[in-house]
Design a protein around this ligand. Structure first.
Ligand SMILES: [Zn+2]
Ligand SMILES: [Zn+2]
Length: 150
């Protein structure tokens, strides 16, 4: 796909092929915005979810921070995401409890305890989980989770 650019001055968005390429006979050369002539151009791409244009290095797996923040703030959504995969590190559980509960029951008990935490603590944990693997999270946001269990 053709690279897209945004003019730092007039904020126009245009394709690589539309850039005005100034080539002087003395060897000087630079690229200019086709609309206003500004020479500060940033490569941009559209967010896969909201369609807004962003600097390419501001996107995570084609998803913008605004979209990630929107979902990160909804604790129940992050819980849904977290429960799609149970690959957490091993924890030590006293053997007595393993006699009484299965692993999935223990998960349910902990899940219930999580919802009792202050909202701030829940949000902090959600944020940390997302930051651990923004790629994985954005794949989930895009509905592209088929590869996880393959
Ligand atoms: Zn411009
Ligand atoms: Zn977005």
């Amino acid at each position: 796909m053709e690279k897209m650019f945004e003019c730092a001055d007039c904020k126009s968005i245009f394709a690589d092929s539309e850039i005005k390429r100034i080539r002087h006979s003395d060897g000087d050369s630079w690229d200019e915005c086709p609309y206003c002539g500004c020479d500060e151009l940033n490569e941009v791409a559209q967010c896969y979810l909201c369609g807004e244009w962003h600097d390419v290095d501001e996107l995570h797996n084609e998803v913008c921070d605004d979209c990630i923040d929107d979902v990160a703030d909804k604790i129940y959504e992050v819980i849904e995401y977290a429960e799609c995969f149970c690959t957490s590190e091993q924890v030590r559980i006293a053997p007595l409890y393993l006699k009484a509960f299965t692993a999935s029951q223990i998960n349910d008990i902990v899940a219930n305890a999580f919802t009792q935490l202050p909202e701030e603590a829940q949000k902090k944990a959600c944020r940390e989980l997302i930051d651990d693997d923004p790629y994985c999270f954005t794949e989930w946001m895009k509905g592209d989770t088929e590869s996880w269990n393959g």
